[in-house]
Design a protein around this ligand. Structure first.
Ligand SMILES: Cc1cc2nc3c(=O)[nH]c(=O)nc-3n(C[C@H](O)[C@H](O)[C@H](O)COP(=O)(O)OP(=O)(O)OC[C@H]3O[C@@H](n4cnc5c(N)ncnc54)[C@H](O)[C@@H]3O)c2cc1C
Length: 467
């Protein structure tokens, strides 16, 4: 390490190296506190050349490196061992180009997602990727994990926002594809290979991203459903009748609403009675799309008439819409006040979401009476955060010791329905066992071959993604 440290000192400026334990702390702990990095050196380059020089130095000294963005990942992907270097991209945070004629923005990977959204907004454009951690996650981390969020239904995942990528490869070469072309069929699409690879194939240093017209009008509603199955009927009604403007369609369980209203300030259920299942939905549009409120009112009236929904409130202004969305965020935050929570981030075909929830709820209740399932999330994409709060009287550690067993119960049902055990958050270190158990062996073998071909010495993020 000492030789590497000397080389790093020669590459980086005086803010480029963190070795003091007090300063290192934020890079070592991760958001759920499941893992802790043991690395003692954090490199903070300012440009792509410095990243490439660090990669060369690490390669020579045989020290593997772990790229780190905002460190908000939920699978331990940015966690480093004692003999590894954390490569933080936080200082690569410039906007390199804002091209309004082509509706693109070229940013460095350390740009915080919320800042990027703001940059787009200041040019009267929209960057649609939006998730709970947007105030601290970085676009490089979003691309490395192919992040999802609340607007996937209309705009797609992170990978669908990308027109080009710049990345430093394990050889130290820079893959530069920042032309911003919307069509380019010249062989394999390497940027898409890097997106979702969780720092195991390349270090993303910049990207060209798509911008959209700013949706100057939103119509948001909180709806109480007849029952869980009605969520899919409502989704059909709204997506067919809303002229392509449906951007979010989130399932909220009655128990989650209860948690949020009890524990989180500013969370109130605006509907008169409590219900088992709700949907929070938004239509978005710009210019000619004005009239979304009326469209939403008409669609909800139809759903009410058919008995699909039993109550609804449409936000009459931006502040009310924000209050409704606060409930969605509140459900995420409130679960920690209810003791241990065993979490899953699964997907099945959209039409199978109710069947999955019915089966999985029954199965976990059979295993542990008193367990409190709180499934919520992106039902419009078939992606449910199947979270399980502990029984009220149970010891938290005893409950959390059932995590692996609960995983198997839940993931077996997911597999039976042809779904995915990891829809949004990735694999990292957390889901290596599941990769082995549930991912088809041909895919895993191909991934291993690709990893070997691109990174033969396992320099980038070893021990992540692949078993
Ligand atoms: C409150 C909260 C809400 C969340 N909501 C969502 C959600 O709705 N949808 C969703 O998909 N995720 C969500 N997440 C998970 C997380 O925010 C995302 O995975 C995010 O994209 C990670 O970005 P990051 O910059 O924090 O990356 P990090 O956590 O730093 O890293 C994540 C992975 O990417 C790699 N990596 C980071 N930067 C680079 C780079 N420049 N080049 C190569 N590899 C890199 C790391 O090595 C690691 O494997 C949420 C997390 C929290 C805490």
């Amino acid at each position: 390490m000492e030789i590497l440290l000397n080389r790093l000192r020669a590459i980086l400026d005086d803010k480029g190296l963190v070795t003091a334990s007090s300063e290192a702390e934020p890079y070592l702990t991760e958001s759920r506190g499941r893992y802790r990095s043991e690395a003692s050196v954090i490199a903070r380059p300012v440009d792509t050349d410095q990243v490439a020089a660090i990669v060369h130095a690490c390669s020579d000294e045989k020290v593997s490196l772990v790229p780190q963005g905002g460190n908000t990942g939920l699978c331990g992907g940015a966690v480093a061992g004692a003999r590894q270097l954390i490569l933080s991209l936080e200082r690569l945070d410039r906007v390199r180009d804002l091209d309004l004629a082509n509706n693109t923005i070229t940013v460095e990977s350390g740009c915080i997602l919320a800042n990027l959204q703001q940059q787009a907004l200041s040019a009267n454009r929209y960057f649609p990727l939006s998730l709970g951690a947007e105030g601290s996650c970085q676009i490089g981390g979003n691309l490395a994990t192919n992040a999802g969020g609340v607007n996937v239904l209309r705009y797609g995942n992170a990978r669908e926002q990308v027109l080009g990528i710049e990345a430093v490869m394990p050889s130290g070469e820079v893959l530069s594809d920042l032309n911003g072309l919307r069509k380019n069929n010249t062989g394999y699409d390497l940027k898409q290979l890097l997106i979702g690879s969780e720092g195991t194939l390349g270090i993303i240093t910049a990207a060209v991203l798509k911008l959209y017209p700013y949706p100057d009008h939103n119509a948001t509603a909180l709806v109480a459903l007849r029952d869980l199955d009605a969520s899919i009927e409502l989704l059909q009604t709204v997506s067919h009748g809303s002229n392509g403007s449906l951007s979010s369609f989130e399932l909220l369980p009655g128990l989650g609403m209860q948690f949020a209203c009890q524990h989180i300030p500013d969370c109130n259920n605006p509907l008169d009675d409590s219900h088992d299942w709700y949907v929070l939905l938004s239509l978005q549009g710009s210019g000619a799309a004005l009239g979304l409120d009326a469209m939403l009112q008409t669609l909800l009236a139809l759903a009410l008439e058919k008995g699909v929904i039993v109550d609804a409130i449409v936000a009459s202004n931006e502040t009310q819409a924000e209050r409704l969305w606060r409930l969605r965020g509140g459900i995420v935050e409130a679960q920690r006040f209810e003791g241990g929570s065993i979490k899953h981030d699964i997907s099945v075909k959209v039409s199978l979401v109710p069947e999955f929830i019915h089966r999985a709820v029954d199965a976990v209740k059979d295993r542990l009476p008193g367990i409190r399932p709180c499934p919520f999330g992106h039902v419009g994409d078939g992606n449910i955060h199947f979270n399980l709060s502990q029984p009220l009287e149970m010891d938290t550690q005893e409950y959390l010791s059932l995590w692996a067993e609960m995983n198997q119960i839940v993931f077996d049902i997911v597999a039976d329905l042809g779904g995915s055990f990891s829809a949004e958050h990735g694999i990292g270190m957390l889901k290596l066992e599941e990769m082995q158990r549930y991912k088809d062996p041909v895919s895993v073998n191909l991934m291993q071959s690709l990893k070997k071909a691109i990174d033969p010495d396992s320099l980038f993020n070893p021990g992540k993604v692949l078993p």
